[in-house]
Ligand binder design. Structure first.
Ligand code: PLP
Length: 361
């Protein structure tokens, strides 16, 4: 069986480092808001090239906190890609803002910069870009539009740790960015985790307080805050794994390049990286018209696959108010995508087998 993502194997590479560190934390008696969290925030900020980073409980919280930090509310409109994981849109509606969906570019699967301007109204406050499947959204035009209309640009970087666009990393391309360290992400914890990165001190201080019960000083509460913390053990795990992130991303690129160069089946549409470094291949997503036939065929040949994602956000029961809207490109993507195995621990021989089996279909 070629597994879709062997998390046990991924993490076993660091087992000794993990065990030593976890034992130290156990012995320290200090489990939250300690040195590991401090170190990770500073290490991840310098990795991304931002001035600030705040460790939080998960990626959805990171998005939520950015929206709260900017004070968006009361049906303020936020532009989001129609083609994204639901969390991006949940963060908008959770803050009583209105998600305004925009179709993707079929070549990048990210929001289409050419379709944004027509959706801007006097209530628009921000654009959230999602670097989907690990590829950075082409930002040039989006940043220009944001400047013209005085909008904040928020990056959902949950799938793009370490991706580089015009010499800047994901997380340092807009006004603020949200990261997730869910175990399956390119930088994954052994549980939940997330972070906000930004160069905006005022926003950072506010988010830091909001995430800590709205308190900037113990038992003094200036906001109606929440509790969203990255615990010491997860921060320690992430500190260790951050050292290997670039190497792991390079291995993902190697595998993706092999797939792209050697998969030759007219029924399969391959993904394209518009620039080598802009893509960290969180997922390798192919498309084909008869998706379920391909998925069954791969399963019969012991290859695990996944669908990212089967139902578009505007088609979900939770978003009944959007069910009548039409996003044909988004729908087409949701109907035809299938994710094949990619991970830093995949062996060459496994990549070759997957490719051969795809070509034989
Ligand atoms: C994983 C993910 C999130 C949410 O992260 P969690 O840590 O699971 O809350 C948000 N957006 C995107 C695009 C994601 O892939």
């Amino acid at each position: 069986m070629i597994s879709f993502l062997d998390l046990k194997k991924i993490n076993n590479r660091f087992r000794v480092e993990f065990e030593t560190k976890i034992a130290d934390i156990l012995d320290s008696g200090w489990y939250l808001q300690g040195n590991e969290n401090k170190d990770f925030s500073s290490n991840f900020a310098s990795y991304c090239g931002t001035k600030y980073c705040l460790g939080v409980a998960n990626g959805l919280d990171a998005l939520n906190l950015i929206i709260k930090g900017y004070g968006f509310k009361d049906k303020d409109e936020i532009i989001v890609p129609a083609n994204t994981f639901i969390a991006t849109i949940l963060a908008v509606s959770a803050n009583d803002c209105k998600p305004v969906l925009v179709e993707p570019d079929i070549n990048t699967y990210c929001i289409n910069p050419d379709l944004i301007e027509e959706k801007i109204t006097s209530k628009t406050k921000a654009i959230i870009v999602v670097h989907l499947y690990g590829q950075i959204t082409p930002m040039e035009k989006i940043l220009k539009i944001a400047k013209k209309y005085n909008l904040k640009v928020i990056e959902d970087s949950a799938q793009a740790h370490g991706a580089v666009y015009q010499n800047k990393k994901a997380g340092n391309l807009g006004d603020a960015a949200a990261f997730s360290f869910y175990p399956g992400k390119n930088l994954g914890a052994l549980g939940d985790g997330g972070a906000v990165t930004t160069n905006d001190k005022e926003l950072f201080d506010k988010i830091k307080a909001i995430a800590n019960y709205g308190s900037d000083y113990k038992y003094h509460h200036i906001y109606k805050g929440v509790n969203s913390r990255l615990d010491e053990i997860q921060a320690a795990i992430l500190n260790i794994k951050l050292n290997y992130l670039d190497k792991d991303n390079s291995r993902r690129r190697e595998i993706a390049n092999y797939y792209c160069q050697n998969t030759k089946n007219p029924k399969i549409i391959l993904p394209k990286a518009y620039s080598e470094l802009a893509h960290v291949w969180h997922l390798f997503v192919i498309r084909c018209d008869d998706r379920s036939a391909l998925q069954n065929y791969l399963k019969d040949h012991n290859i695990q696959t996944n669908i990212h994602y089967p139902i578009a956000p505007h088609k979900q029961i939770a978003y009944m108010e959007l069910n009548q809207e039409r996003f044909p490109i988004t729908e087409k993507i949701h109907d035809t995508v299938i994710s094949i195995p990619i991970s830093p621990v995949m062996k060459d021989v496994e990549v070759e087998i997957v490719t051969r089996i795809l070509n034989d279909w």
